[in-house]
Design a protein around this ligand. Structure first.
Ligand code: HEC
Length: 124
């Protein structure tokens, strides 16, 4: 799943398609390529990367397939309540803001791949 998602995103980026939207997400190793993120999202991503990598890899969240703000809110709350999560209530809106941005960008990349006639996750 993770390899497939990064392939889709890299293909979209490779075709120069990501430049259309003004934003993009590029999966690099464990997380995202920070330099590809808009400046205001980078700080949010930093909090997400710190708080959500304590017990599992970031890809667990990034490749979960969750794209709905409501479900993100439920998951982040569930993670926050884990013993010694280190996630504060102040972190929650910041993490959710990043996850919203991420979900929208993944959906855009998927649309771009579809428009370009490339196979999307649903086809494979
Ligand atoms: C204290 C440890 C801990 C922290 C911190 C943590 N997680 Fe988790 N996470 C878990 C455990 C344990 C599971 C597996 C059990 C479960 O689903 O509740 C999990 C599962 C998940 C899943 C489900 C993946 C799947 O395969 O269904 C998602 C999504 C997720 N975490 C996102 C996050 C996000 C986003 C953050 C940061 C806000 C975060 N996690 C921080 C422990 C943690």
């Amino acid at each position: 799943m993770s390899r497939l998602l990064s392939r889709i995103l890299l293909l979209a980026a490779g075709l120069g398609l990501s430049s259309c939207s003004g934003g993009s997400v590029v999966v690099r190793g464990e997380g995202l390529d920070v330099s590809a993120l808009p400046a205001d999202i980078r700080t949010d991503y930093g909090v997400f990367a710190q708080r959500c990598s304590k017990c599992h890899s970031l890809t667990r969240a990034l490749n979960s397939g969750i794209s709905d703000d409501h479900y993100w809110a439920l998951y982040v709350e569930r993670m926050r309540r884990q013993p010694a999560s280190g996630i504060t209530t102040d972190d929650v809106p910041v993490v959710l803001r990043f996850l919203h941005y991420y979900s929208v960008e993944v959906e855009r990349a998927r649309e771009r791949a579809k428009t370009a006639g490339l196979p999307t996750r649903g086809d494979l």
